[in-house]
Design a protein around this ligand. Structure first.
Ligand SMILES: [Zn+2]
Length: 339
């Protein structure tokens, strides 16, 4: 995989082009001392039917929402709480799960909802998760070679890049590939630039660990693998060196921002990356299992929810993260406002 495009231009030399949105520019410049609404990203699960809303097993108070429900849900968060950024995940019904449908305006709910959200909330930063597991019938994040049964890395990253361009076409501001296939950042950056979307940023899931903490999310997105597990492409939980090498590579290939996921059990990795790359914004993703664990604990009176959540956020900041992806975002914005 070449890290160059055209003549002698390095992909990671694109500096200002992909930092055109006020929120991504804030992420490049903020102090780690203070919390701001702009530091938080709310993950959202989008359904195909506009008026549908669904609860999710073991994921208290998090819903899957169709377009109309979602717009109503977002309106007060944007207007009153200054919600600044959302991370969108598509939810596909089992009978329409195939890769072709990822590119179909009528089948992939994100293609339809992004322009609507963009028009309604032009200032809101729209980040799209890019992965294949929402669209594959086997639930893995990649394409398999039909003969060998092994991961077809090249085909996988070509598909991811094609999907990234599609999301950019409908108005995504940031592409966030969560698949962990090798060299997808270079492929996505090249394809975005070639298609005229050098203004779109890439938030790399650079250090995504294989984790027990993803359970409720897989219920939400219906993306649990039908066979095997994701240990062959997500990082082993003890792998500090591999995580740092993955981050090195993604930065070299043109990532604008980098992410560690999950958050609470991996703060040593955040600190290492912050020390290695003080000039890059680091995101942490406080994932579904971390959220549900805290939420259920607070519900049985073990913790005060605000106090325990804010303690985790302070921990993320102290470790070196400046962007926090959490299902508690709406609560946190309310707590910040009421202070
Ligand atoms: Zn995936």
């Amino acid at each position: 995989m070449s890290s160059t495009m055209n003549s002698n231009i390095n992909l990671n030399d694109y500096l200002h082009s992909s930092q055109s949105h006020p929120i991504t520019r804030h992420w490049q410049s903020q102090s780690i001392e203070n919390f701001s609404a702009k530091d938080f990203i709310l993950p959202i699960f989008v359904l195909g039917n506009d008026d549908d809303i669904e609860s999710i097993e073991s994921f208290p108070d998090v819903k899957r929402m169709g377009q109309n429900v979602l717009i109503d849900y977002l309106s007060p968060l944007v207007a009153e709480l200054n919600l600044s950024a959302i991370l969108l995940f598509p939810c596909m019904k089992d009978d329409v799960k195939n890769l072709d449908n990822a590119f179909d305006f009528h089948k992939n709910p994100l293609l339809k909802v992004i322009p609507v959200i963009k028009k309604k909330f032009p200032q809101l930063l729209l980040i799209t998760d890019v992965c294949l597991c929402a669209f594959t019938d086997h639930g893995h994040c990649c394409v398999f070679d039909q003969h060998s049964g092994q991961i077809d890395n090249q085909k996988s990253i070509e598909t991811l890049a094609k999907l990234s361009v599609k999301y950019a076409q409908v108005g995504a501001d940031v592409i966030a590939p969560s698949d962990m296939m090798d060299c997808r950042i270079a492929m996505i950056r090249e394809q975005l630039n070639s298609a005229g979307y050098s203004n779109v940023s890439i938030l790399s899931y650079g250090a995504k660990f294989s984790s027990c903490f993803y359970g409720p999310f897989r219920n939400a997105a219906g993306s649990a693998p039908k066979f095997g597990d994701r240990k062959q492409y997500q990082l082993p939980s003890g792998s500090r060196g591999m995580a740092l090498r993955s981050i090195d590579r993604d930065i070299r290939q043109g990532a604008d921002m980098i992410m560690v996921k999950p958050a609470m059990a991996y703060l040593d990795i955040v600190r290492s990356i912050a020390d290695h790359y003080p000039n890059y914004p680091i995101a942490v993703y406080q994932v579904s299992g971390e959220y549900s664990m805290l939420k259920y604990s607070a519900q049985i009176g073990l913790f005060d929810l605000e106090k325990v959540v804010m303690e985790t956020i302070i921990g993320f900041k102290r470790a070196g993260a400046s962007i926090i992806i959490t299902y508690f975002t709406a609560d946190i914005l309310r707590w910040i406002r009421n202070k």
